[in-house]
Ligand binder design. Structure first.
Ligand code: COA
Length: 188
């Protein structure tokens, strides 16, 4: 089983027991606002999602793999992060992430997504990692930019989303950019 550690969390596959917490934070309209699901997100939907995830191995091209974010000290999940290797080029992946509202603004997303990038670049040796976010999703923009992803695109009204046209930023990081950044961090 794939488990990644950070100072405050373990990133691990979702389990059946996570369904209630998963359904609760996905049902928060603020959390769902820029995401592909609608609130409320029922317990049955959560159970079905987790059951489907349990059949997927991490790193299979064309399939999202979701990590639950569990705080080490107390257990219970506070959010998730995910990646998908592109079906037509498995040297590239896209990432996504979500935190329950209670656990936002404490650096957990930064910590989890930073660890996910490390896994993708050092364990899977990927060439390039990308992310998309709505151009009004400032917390997501902050997470991506704080971790050093480059904004390389801005599509205007490219997505019909929850009843209106949304505009998205595209972000990316190359493996060599990730390594250069690690050297920079080590050298202070
Ligand atoms: C996107 C999302 C995960 C960002 O969450 P977040 O809590 O803002 O991000 P972090 O956990 O990294 O916390 C960073 C904030 O905590 C602050 N912070 C407090 N304590 C901290 C600590 N110990 N370490 C680091 N940052 C800390 C930072 O200053 C930062 O605030 P700022 O962005 O105002 O500068 C969250 O808003 C979310 O789940 N949104 C709904 C789902 C979604 O839209 N996902 C993205 C789709 S692309």
């Amino acid at each position: 089983m794939l488990i990644l550690e950070t100072p405050r969390m373990v990133l691990r596959p979702l389990r059946e027991q996570d369904a209630e917490a998963f359904s609760a934070y996905r049902s928060d309209p603020l959390v769902a606002h820029y995401q592909g699901w609608d609130a409320p997100y029922t317990l049955a939907q959560a159970r079905a999602f987790i059951a489907e995830m349990s059949t997927i191995q991490p790193g299979v091209a064309g399939k999202w793999f979701q990590f639950a974010l569990e705080r080490k000290a107390v257990g219970g999940i506070i959010g998730d992060c995910a990646f998908i290797r592109l079906a037509d080029d498995p040297q590239q992946a896209e990432i996504a992430f979500t935190l329950a509202r209670t656990w936002q603004h404490q650096g957990y997303a930064n910590e989890a997504v930073g660890r996910l990038l490390e896994y993708l670049f050092t364990s899977l040796n990927l060439h390039r990692v990308t992310a998309r976010c709505d151009d009004e999703n400032y917390p997501s923009v902050n997470v991506l930019e704080r971790l050093g992803l480059r904004r390389e695109g801005h599509q205007i009204e490219n997505a019909w989303f929850k009843g209106s046209w949304g505009s998205e930023y595209q972000y990316a990081m190359l493996e060599r950019e990730w390594w250069a950044r690690q050297k920079g961090i080590q050298n202070g």
